[in-house]
Write a protein that binds this ligand. Sequence first.
Ligand SMILES: [Zn+2]
Length: 385
Amino acid sequence: MPADPVALTRDLVRCPSVTPAEGGALAFLERTLTAAGFAVHRTTFREPGAADVENLYARIGTVAPHLVFAGHTDVVPPGTESAWKHPPFSGEVMDGTLYGRGAVDMKGGIACAIAAVIDHLAANGGKPKGSVSFLITGDEEGIAVNGTIKLLKWVAERGEKFDHCILAEPSNVETLGDTIKIGRRGSLNGHLIVRGKQGHVAYPQRADNPIRGLVALVAALNAEPIDKGTAHFPPSHLEFTSVDVGNKTVNLIPGEARARFNIRFNDLHTLDSLKELIEQRAAKAAGGKIDFAFEWEPSNAGVFVTQPGPFTELVANAVAEVSGRKPELSTSGGTSDARFITAYCPVVEFGLVGQTMHQVDERVPVAELHALTAVYRKIIDRYFA
Ligand SMILES: [Zn+2]
């Protein structure tokens, strides 16, 4: 009998694993994967100022090639439970749809990957022709300091290497098969500070209004696109999100003015080269006449792209054969743990349809769970063919 991705999703949804709580989700995976022949490790990571978080790494096979499925069992809070048609941790199925927090993001994706692997093993004498593993964190939806980033390091320190990774995040926009994510833009937050000289509005000659300089620099940084985009990415984009003086006094010229901004950037830049570029542009616009500085917030959201090749093709073909759609290889959207995985092996993201993630009545059609399981099964079969 084939493994049932619907029952697996339901059982996972029933574990109330709101970040950073384990909620029984990793214990359930440990039992399931141990029964399937995996060597299962559970690790707890700690960081001052953050909650301890449990993680899981499970592997079957000892040789290459090594395919890893990555994901997270933690979920965002359900919000007002009474607003849900079905209790958020019930995993109830009604009219062919499974309801519950995490159904889409991303317990359903993990369940489908497990079902596909179990079926593959059953059809191949219980062992892969290589290695399959699961890299599962409980810290993705939070600040993500005790999750995938540390788990990857932990596995590497054991001397294990991955060849390819599939991150089972909900990658599709409208229908299963429309989108595979092969990269993500980077994200950088900064503050622009212009210093002037405080004074009385009636005597501007004795003061230096920093708002004038700030407006000039904001205009200059908005005037010119950062770049023209690349083969897999749209142009990088700087967006000011706040302009702050905080001056409550009507007759006072403020001494300082600040603006906050975010940049979503493509693979023409690194975090460091981008900072340098923005600082250079501001310096040029200031022409030595504006006293300004930048403050950059720490970021672990660099840009990455998995260049299309045999692996992305294998995944895209499996998706196309099951769904009847030719998936777009996309780099859109916010960040994900793929930004950490890319430092260890090529990674693509393919999972369920993201429509209801993080919403009340998060839900997934049962048919979609079966279709995703079929996609993963095809990928695994061909990967080890
Ligand atoms: Zn997610």
